[in-house]
Design a protein around this ligand. Sequence first.
Ligand SMILES: Cc1ncc(COP(=O)(O)O)c(C=O)c1O
Length: 188
Amino acid sequence: MSDEIYSRIMYGSEHFSISSLPGMKERTIILDGFSKTYAMTGWRAGYGVMNKDLAAMVAKLMTNSNSCTNSFVQQACVEALQGSQSEVDKMVAEFQKRRDFIVDGLNQIKGFSCKKPLGAFYVFPNITKTGMESKKLADYLLSEAGVAALSGTAFGEYGQGYLRLSYANSIENIAKALERIDAAVKKL
Ligand SMILES: Cc1ncc(COP(=O)(O)O)c(C=O)c1O
């Protein structure tokens, strides 16, 4: 099962699907959707690409578990796929600016160290040098700075020492968040 939801939100490198390897097409279930590439998050439209026999079974399961995607969303999905893709390119270029901005900003905050991710719209800074555990720091930033960050441990034990922040927001708001994180961390 290959989750390829961010295949179009990549910076300077091409997406690679495991299904393109010899003999893998029949053995892969690709999961994708409209939420990210077409900014249709709330509209709940996703899809799987798999071999026909399996697709027939999955269709039965989906029809009886979460029923059907409403018709206006289906129309929007057709438009998204058939229309010009230039808006997607513009959005990804904007995300790249935001990524560079937030990574540079985080690296100036004492105790934070952040690498530049090559895709999606999240950063995963290392925060060990703040001296705080991830969950405690995430809670502190929420109450003290009004900034929502997720503890790296939400992704498993090896996420200790990291935070996850989304930069799906304006540069202006990201700047405010960075200022507030910086001020809150200085009080530690
Ligand atoms: C890695 C990954 N896969 C899949 C999804 C699913 O997105 P949605 O439920 O909006 O289609 C997300 C959303 O955050 C994601 O981060």
